[in-house]
Design a protein around this ligand. Structure first.
Ligand SMILES: NC(=O)C1=CN([C@@H]2O[C@H](COP(=O)(O)OP(=O)(O)OC[C@H]3O[C@@H](n4cnc5c(N)ncnc54)[C@H](O)[C@@H]3O)[C@@H](O)[C@H]2O)C=CC1
Ligand SMILES: CCC(=O)/C=C/C=C\C[C@@H](O)/C=C/C=C/C=C\[C@@H](O)CCCC(=O)O
Length: 266
């Protein structure tokens, strides 16, 4: 099925899996709002997509999903919610909101980085889900839609290289599953699914030899050899299945190079 005329938001869209998710959504006719805190890379990716798909179907907004409340000097010092403003601006400019992909995520396990991992992966995804529900629920003036939260196989299987990372991804899975069991969400036309990929060829994985990012990278390399490394495009096809299949809510789709796609059940 096509997503022609639908409007999507993808966080962490400047590179890697997020960029591939934007591409498959654009290829299938959607308009896409790219969100990323890396402004330079975000603008570069935006220019690529404008060239490929035209200027009116894509926009970029700089936003750090872990830092929604920021002080603004506009009209006196006040706290503004930049994350909320970002989603609202995209809905306004692209003419609606139907698809939210909460993808922004990082690794970082050390004393000075683990809290950032929790803030971005957990708080960023929860807040993105809340905003998606707020703007898409029929009882709040929306037209319904779908949220896909990007977890990881590391949120299902124990991950000796990244206990904090694994905990954040488990949190994403159970947060999303819990919402999917609330009939209120379906009654208001919103589906919520989880994508749980194994390794894909992105900057996150390339940085894995860095012991500032993870524990025991040698173990990760052994697991990686066993499960293989996917292209971002392969992962994007799985993502699109969760977006496109109107019957899918509460689904957890695992995908790995060696084992392919499999729906996980508890
Ligand atoms: N690459 C892999 O093997 C796998 C990745 N994942 C998950 O997929 C998601 C994307 O990962 P990759 O594309 O591999 O990573 P990546 O590092 O290539 O890209 C992540 C993007 O998110 C952006 N980002 C990071 N923190 C942000 C923040 N606070 N606010 C806004 N943007 C932010 C970065 O600027 C970057 O553009 C992450 O949630 C990751 O945990 C899950 C399973 C496997
Ligand atoms: C600190 C960050 C971190 O721990 C690793 C990040 C690297 C890649 C992204 C991550 O989301 C990928 C995880 C892939 C896991 C794949 C499979 C395992 O869960 C299988 C475990 C069972 C086995 O030992 O084969």
């Amino acid at each position: 099925m096509s997503s022609t005329g639908k409007v999507a938001i993808v966080t962490g869209a400047a590179q890697g899996l997020g960029k591939a998710f934007c591409d498959i959504l654009l290829k299938n006719g959607a308009k896409v709002g790219l969100v990323d805190f890396n402004s330079e890379l975000g603008q570069k990716t935006l220019a690529e997509f404008e060239q490929k798909y035209g200027q009116n179907r894509v926009m970029f907004v700089k936003c750090d999903v872990s830092n929604s409340k920021q002080l603004s000097a506009y009209k006196g010092i006040q706290c503004i919610d930049l994350y909320k403003q970002t989603f609202e601006a995209i809905k306004h400019k692209l003419g609606g909101l139907d698809i939210v992909i909460n993808n922004a995520g990082v690794g970082g396990e050390m004393e000075d980085t683990w809290e950032r991992t929790v803030d971005i992966n957990v708080k960023g995804t929860i807040k993105g889900t809340m905003l998606g529900m707020e703007l898409m629920r029929k009882d709040k003036g929306g037209n319904g839609g779908v949220i896909v939260n990007v977890a990881s196989m590391a949120g299902i299987n124990p991950n000796p290289c990244g206990p904090v990372y694994a905990a954040t991804k488990s949190a994403i899975i159970m947060y999303s599953q819990s919402w999917s069991k609330n009939p209120e969400l379906a009654q208001n036309g919103v589906r919520i699914n989880v994508l749980a990929p194994a390794f894909a060829d992105t900057a996150l994985v390339k940085a894995m030899g860095d012991t500032n990012t993870m524990h025991a990278p040698a173990i990760a390399r052994v697991i990686m050899q066993r499960v293989g490394i996917m292209t971002p495009e392969t992962v994007a096809e799985a993502l699109y299945e969760l977006v496109d299949d109107q019957n899918k809510t509460g689904a957890i789709l695992k995908i790995a190079q060696t084992t392919g796609k499999e729906y996980h059940t508890y």
